[in-house]
Design a protein around this ligand. Structure first.
Ligand code: ADP
Ligand code: ASP
Ligand code: MG
Length: 486
């Protein structure tokens, strides 16, 4: 019962009726969650919108697939196959709770075929005893391949005209396994060819996030949390009217609610602020999510699939002025500080370049830098290449490493041109040892490095200082009133 939908757009204009809806792992964690997801999508269709749906793997599946891949890579075939068997049972049980009749039979056959292929792959990896980034991407891709087929079947069964699209036919990337770079022009062409006609026929395309393929068809992934990125690529490529990121919290909050239970929902936040927060550790969004949306000025919403009535957070080009200097506090753990001290001379012309060239050579991203007359301190979060990086730096300087550090990043457009904020900030955490400070690199963020073990205490102290009397035009203060009454 497909009804034709007109989602044409004039050149350069958005398809206002087309909405890309991304559901994270907890929003598809079991049959009940998948049915909640179906109900949310139905709501959008009933409003006359045309959804294109992107789903993550069922909650925790990606971690388990990585564990299976690692076991196989160590030659532990039995361990790897045992993980795959547990995953097989979970998926089939979910499908049988969710589906019935022919749709169940067809989906069960498809799930079994996927798991047979996964078992073969794991046996192959175990036989060789080596896991390459390319095979790891192949193993981990099964999570989204499975969840997307199941959700598409659930939509079909529930009258939403669900149709599965293998993301690897549209999300074309380079061959940088584990963190592939998408080819946006190519993706746009593929979406126009393969997905848009489905939407025009009144169908609801469902595709897995996170996964893609090279032009030669080899499976790749976009990095952990990458389904948000897929949603943005699909939204950008289809010139959608909106992108919705459905997750397990009411939106972007003033900090991670797991650390600070009295965190408040931010009603509206700018693209720039959200991108900064994501980059500096707010897990609620993948760092690259915002970019394709910004380029095409597509509004992004962060919404709660367990509380669909809540209005969520709107991410827009311009944030409304706010009485609070900050919108949110993020923390990035697992960082290492590298102190590079010029041993033989003071820093001379070309010294900084020589140091940064080493990081560049190993594609190692630096989060923060501070320099003095003879030393440079940098913080990095990818540790695999650190031994090689340090060996090279050792040739030009004395090098010291300190692990288990964390970066706290306070973000808000309204810190621009205000005085006294850093005084308040450091006074709130005066009992905590601060290792490095950065302010002004971006006009909307103030960040500093501390011991990882101090993160929770620092965030709670800063939250109490800056969000005790929040501006009700920007923050959902009613949530606090309700919590106080409960
Ligand atoms: P999904 O599986 O839906 O992608 P994630 O686990 O990746 O969900 O992201 C949602 C989680 O992000 C929340 O449960 C929350 O604990 C965490 N989080 C961290 N910082 C924030 C923040 N500032 N606002 C909201 N959630 C945050
Ligand atoms: N399933 C992938 C992960 O856990 C991608 C995602 O959920 O965004 O990282
Ligand atoms: Mg996520």
């Amino acid at each position: 019962m497909s009804e034709r939908r007109n989602v044409q757009a004039r050149a350069g204009e958005a398809r206002a009726g087309l909405v890309v809806m991304k559901f994270g792992g907890t929003s598809v964690e079991d049959a009940k969650a998948m049915l909640r997801t179906a109900a949310i999508v139905r709501g959008r269709r009933e409003r006359g919108l045309s959804p294109v749906v992107v789903v993550s793997a069922m909650a925790k599946v990606t971690d388990q697939l990585l564990a299976a891949a690692a076991a196989a890579g160590r030659g532990d075939k039995t361990g790897a196959l045992a993980i795959a068997a547990r995953l097989r049972n979970r998926h089939i049980e979910t499908a049988s709770d969710l589906l019935c009749g022919e749709i169940f039979a067809g989906t069960e056959t498809a799930i079994r075929a996927e798991f047979d292929a996964l078992d073969d792959l794991l046996r192959g990896i175990a036989a060789v005893g080596e896991l390459t980034p390319r095979t790891s991407d192949n193993v981990v891709s099964f999570g989204e391949r499975l969840s997307s087929q199941m959700v598409a079947a659930a939509f079909e069964q529930n009258g939403l005209n669900g149709v599965h699209v293998d993301a690897r036919t549209c999300i074309i990337t380079d061959a940088h396994y584990g963190k592939a770079i998408p080819h946006e022009a190519h993706i746009e062409a593929k979406l126009a060819e393969l997905v848009l006609p489905l939407v025009e026929r009144g169908l609801t395309p469902v595709m897995g996030g996170f996964i893609g393929a090279t032009e030669k068809g080899i499976t790749t992934t976009l990095g952990r949390g990458g389904s948000d990125f897929t949603a943005a690529l699909v939204g950008g490529g289809l010139h959608a009217g909106a992108i919705e990121i459905w997750t397990d919290v009411n939106g972007i909050m003033t900090t991670d609610p797991r650390i600070c239970p009295d965190a408040l929902r931010v009603k509206t936040i700018s693209f720039e602020e959200a991108a900064e927060l994501a980059y500096f550790g707010a897990k609620v969004l993948h760092p690259a999510t915002i970019l394709p949306a910004v380029q095409k000025s597509i509004p992004v919403w962060v919404l709660n699939s367990r509380n669909a009535e809540n209005e969520g957070t709107k991410i827009t080009a311009m944030a409304p002025p706010c009485a609070s200097p900050f919108k949110s506090i993020a923390a990035k753990k697992g960082l290492t500080i590298i102190d590079v001290v010029a041993s033989r001379m003071l820093m001379t012309h070309g010294y900084l370049k020589a140091v940064f060239d080493v990081f560049d050579k190993y594609h190692c991203a630096i989060d923060m830098v501070s320099t003095s007359e003879v030393s440079i301190s940098v913080t990095v979060d990818s540790n695999e290449r650190l031994p090689e990086i340090c060996a090279e730096l050792d040739k030009i300087a004395d090098v010291k490493l300190e692990g288990s550090k964390a970066l706290i990043c306070m973000v808000g457009e309204d810190i621009r041109g205000r005085s006294g904020i850093s005084g308040r900030m450091f006074s709130a955490i005066r009992h905590i040892n601060v290792r490095m400070i950065s302010q002004g690199a971006s006009e909307i963020n103030m960040s500093f490095m501390i011991e990882q073990s101090d993160v929770e205490e620092a965030i709670r102290s800063l939250h109490a200082e800056f969000f005790a009397n929040p501006d009700p035009t920007v923050f959902d203060t009613e949530a606090r009133v309700v919590a106080a009454k409960a």
